[in-house]
Design a protein around this ligand. Structure first.
Ligand code: NZQ
Ligand code: ZN
Length: 389
């Protein structure tokens, strides 16, 4: 059942091979000083950097660069980016990279003109933006986070061992995003499959919530089926355009606020995963895969009906002659087999977690309501310890 809804998403998407051809047209909407933000060098290797720079120059832009955005961008790097944006008096930010680069660009966009410490204001106190926002555009090279069409920005503070996301409002969403599936071909397999699982996790976090049966659930089942089908193809043939393009499109719709409509979500897999990330700096999608099956087994008894539906509608489990519990369990078994097939990490030990870190990870994990069961610290600890085996 859906209540009253206001829906709007301001990000304009340019999707498909060579969609970078639209960049020049978009750049004409913004001022001359552009901050070009990118990561550790993959765009230089692929040639995308040269292509973007030549379009910026042909558009008469003055380019200021902020390179070296690391996976899981840090609060120290954010401060550097703010300085760079201010020095260049930039009118526009162009992010070229994965979710980390896009998230970071949004964080710089709201922080450069902020008089307070952005970490404290946005990530600890979760306050709204009340200063000038620099518009952002994205060219995406890694698929998974949905950052290209949402207001999320996740920043890590290594000193306090906290990784926190702020979901900003529509005024911070990218103005446009260029999504060319071909750019994702150069991703290492590990990153590629981590991204696939990130997408799956975004959908499941929203699917396993509330008791309602609404359109969002049906859309999510479709997105999951498309993802599972295409992921199996892409792991064998990473340059299969059809598979990579379906996955790229699915990732965007999995976390651009559409399927959240009518759902209450606690995002607990992400909360636990982010705390694991704060301690290990591990790849985001793998922090989710390492705990997901254990987490879903944990909450299954409290949402059995939905797990049964998941098994039947997404994993094609034949319900005949089986109890609800058996059907639901079979669904999770098929999910685990899929995870093994694509090659994601299934234990936090593999991500570098040690027994000594567990209490800190639990302490750094906020607990929200909205799923089938409100966890407590002990539940989280049990799940983490189980994932150490
Ligand atoms: O830095 P470079 O050299 O570009 O290399 C990156 C990086 O090492 C590489 N890469 C990206 N595109 C490539 C490529 N290598 C070869 N070819 C390409 N085409 O991949 C590595 C990982 O990139 P990263 O951007 O860190 O990955 P991802 O897109 O998974 O982003 C992860 C960040 O997004 C946050 C995560 O917490 C994490 O900090 N998230 C953001 C969300 C949002 N905005 O809504 C939601 C997500 O749940 C997530 O929390
Ligand atoms: Zn995620």
């Amino acid at each position: 059942m859906l209540g009253s809804i206001i829906y709007s998403n301001p990000t304009k998407l340019y999707f498909g091979e060579n969609s970078i051809d639209f960049l020049k047209e978009e750049l004409a909407n913004y001022g001359d000083n552009v901050l070009l933000i990118y990561g550790g060098g993959s765009i230089k290797k692929s040639g995308l950097y040269d292509q973007v720079v030549s379009i910026l120059k042909a558009s008469g832009k003055e380019i200021f660069e902020d390179a070296g955005v690391m996976p899981n961008p840090t609060v120290d790097k954010l401060k550097e980016g703010c300085l760079r944006a201010k020095e260049g008096n930039v009118d526009f930010i162009l992010a070229v990279g994965g979710g980390s680069v896009c998230d970071y660009a949004k964080a710089v966009s709201v922080s450069a003109h902020c008089d307070e410490d952005p970490w404290e204001k946005y990530f600890l106190r979760m306050e709204d933006v009340d200063n000038k926002i620099i518009p952002v555009g994205c060219i995406l090279t890694m698929v998974g986070t949905g950052s290209e069409m949402n207001g999320g920005a996740v920043i890590t503070n290594h000193e306090t061992k906290l990784k926190i996301g702020h979901v900003f409002g529509e005024n911070v969403f990218p103005k446009f995003s260029i999504l060319d599936p071909v750019y994702t071909y150069t991703l290492p397999q590990y990153q590629m499959v981590a991204g696939f699982f990130d997408i799956m996790s975004h959908i499941l976090e929203q699917y396993f919530s509330g008791e309602d049966d609404n359109t969002s659930d049906y859309i999510m089942e479709g997105l999951l089926k498309s993802l599972i089908h295409s992921a199996k193809i892409a792991v064998k043939n990473p340059t299969d355009y059809e598979a990579r393009s379906n996955i790229m499109w699915t990732a965007t719709w999995a976390l651009n606020t559409l399927v959240a409509k009518g759902k209450t979500c606690d995002w607990m897999v992400h909360m636990i995963g982010q705390s694991v990330g704060a301690y290990t700096d591990a790849t985001h999608g793998m922090t989710l895969s390492a705990i997901s099956i254990l987490y879903y087994k944990w909450i299954m008894p409290y949402g059995l009906k939905k797990f049964e539906r998941y098994a039947i509608n997404v994993w094609n489990v034949n319900p005949e002659g089986k109890t609800s519990l058996n059907i639901a369990q079979e669904g999770l078994e098929r999910m685990e087999a899929f995870m093994q097939e694509i090659g994601v990490v299934l234990s936090i030990k593999e991500l570098g977690v040690t027994e000594e870190m567990i209490d800190g990870i639990v302490a750094g994990c906020p607990i929200f309501n909205g799923g089938y069961k409100v966890l407590d610290g002990e539940d989280i600890k049990e799940i983490l310890l189980e994932s150490m085996k």
